[in-house]
Design a protein around this ligand. Structure first.
Ligand code: MEV
Length: 458
């Protein structure tokens, strides 16, 4: 296979089938395999009927790829499943800025998940804790016996912790069994372990078994992403790079001080993370629950990423828990999920977590840069204009032409697009622009440039 690349200039301009060919060439995955796994969403109703209950059919979502992503020196073309316009383009564009500074640097924790066993009606929590800790080896061995397949793959129970909750009059303890899940997300394994050791724990604690389930706050399974972006990469038509850095740092401080802003800041991160999580058949509700619980761990809901000035450049840091799997679960049955791992070029769960977090960091950078400069609507509108142009009947190269005209005229309606299209078809591009905007000398080139730099990968 050729050396993998995630740089595919002009990708957004070509047709869907040409893009499949380009991704095939860049990743070594056969174009026919891409077609097989993605046509009709990769899932028929009969297979879907085996996933969940009361099935009527399947529900399609767009499947795109983020380009320019480089993590720890490796290139990744990253599949994203998302319905929101501009998310894929913005992540690609921000990843390009980061790439110029060396790409994303990721540090990945071991795949440790927490199995929680609640024990209620405990009379003496201190004594219960002592007895459980004294029996640690026995409990861990019992946990391992419940998941022989995981142990054969090198995983298994690693540690045990006891926490006291509640009041002395109604003491409750919770025992955490820490389990290395290797490349599995681990929910089933962890729940199996919780159920296997619960009775013994309750008897050691002289209490009663309560809940037995994983914790989605998997704070021992975090990913940390760092990146450095030079000022010239961040500059816009109207603002120099240094001013953009100040604006982004200011946006970060806002999120650090205000939970209302932190929620939206984190939503921008999850735009990227969730899209990768869904494309790879992983449990995005688990990821969301873990991310937000982690964001609130200090008692104040906080941003998962921060941005700071580093000399003349911008540096970013993101930390979040990410429980993703590259084996088992949906991956066993969903061809599109398996395809996504191949396109992304990842096999280990930790590498997938690093790539997903890097795309989240890129999405966040794109959002805060847009907010600190032109505002978010300009880039969104530029992309929205393309669908309006399509709705007005524009075809092929006409789509970009009509979109540029209606953006320039600040009239992004199907009616305006129809007018622009009619003029474009009868008189040619220059005249169409002049008539639509009322400014004969305004070039749509500026608008196209803005589309490339603010949203669409170029
Ligand atoms: C929209 O999907 C995401 C943003 O609101 C994120 C942010 O405000 O940082 C643009």
């Amino acid at each position: 296979m050729n050396k993998r690349t995630s740089q595919l200039p002009g990708f957004y301009k070509v047709t869907v089938s040409e893009r499949r060919k380009l991704v095939a060439d860049a990743t070594g995955v056969e174009a026919s395999e891409i077609a097989r796994a993605l046509d009709r969403g990769g899932l028929d109703a009969e297979t879907a009927d085996k996933f969940v209950e009361n099935v009527l059919g399947t529900y399609g979502l767009p499947y795109g790829v983020t380009l320019n992503v480089r993590v720890n020196g490796q290139d990744h073309v990253v599949p994203m499943v998302v319905e929101e316009p501009s998310v894929v383009a913005a992540a690609s564009n921000a990843a390009k800025m980061v790439r110029a500074g060396g790409g994303f640097h990721a540090e990945i924790d071991a795949p440790l998940m927490i199995s929680q066993v609640q024990v209620t009606h405990v009379k003496d929590a201190a004594r219960a804790t002592r007895e459980i800790l004294a029996a640690k080896d026995e409990i861990l061995a019992k946990a391992d016996r419940a998941v022989p397949g995981l142990c054969a793959r090198g995983g298994g129970a690693r540690d045990l912790e006891v926490r006291t909750l509640g009041q002395a009059s109604d003491e409750m303890i919770v025992v955490h069994i820490i389990v290395d899940c290797r490349d599995a997300m681990g929910a089933n394994l962890i729940n199996t372990i919780a159920e296997a050791v619960a009775d013994r724990l309750a008897s050691l604690a002289h209490g009663r078994v309560g809940l037995r389930i994983l914790s989605n706050l998997c704070d021992k399974r975090c990913v940390r992403i760092r990146c450095r972006v030079s000022a010239d990469m961040l500059a816009t038509d109207d603002m120099d790079g240094q001013a953009v850095i100040d604006g982004i740092v200011n946006a970060s401080r806002f999120a650090e001080l205000d939970p209302y802003r932190a929620a939206t800041h984190n939503k921008g991160i999850m735009n990227g993370v969730d899209a990768v999580v869904i494309a790879t058949g992983n449990d995005w509700r688990a990821v969301e629950a873990g991310a937000h619980a982690f964001a609130a761990r200090s008692g104040q809901y906080s941003p998962l990423s921060i941005w700071r000035r580093d000399g003349d450049a911008l540096s970013g840091f993101l930390e979040m828990p990410l429980a993703l799997g590259t084996v088992g679960g949906t991956l066993r049955v969903h061809p599109s999920a398996r395809l996504s791992l191949k396109i992304a070029g990842v096999e280990a769960a930790g590498d997938l977590a690093a790539v997903a977090a890097a795309v989240g960091h890129a999405s966040n950078l794109a959002a805060v840069r847009a907010l600190a400069t032109d505002g978010i609507q300009r880039g969104h509108m530029a992309l929205h204009a393309r669908s309006v142009a399509l709705a007005a009947g524009a075809e092929g190269g006409e789509v970009e032409g009509v979109a540029a005209i209606i953006v320039e005229a600040r009239d992004i309606t199907v009616e305006a697009a129809r007018r622009a299209l009619a003029v474009l078809r009868s008189d040619g591009p220059a005249s169409a622009r002049a008539r639509s905007s009322g400014e004969g000398d305004v070039s749509s080139k500026r608008v196209e440039d803005r589309q490339s730099s603010n949203a669409v990968e170029g």
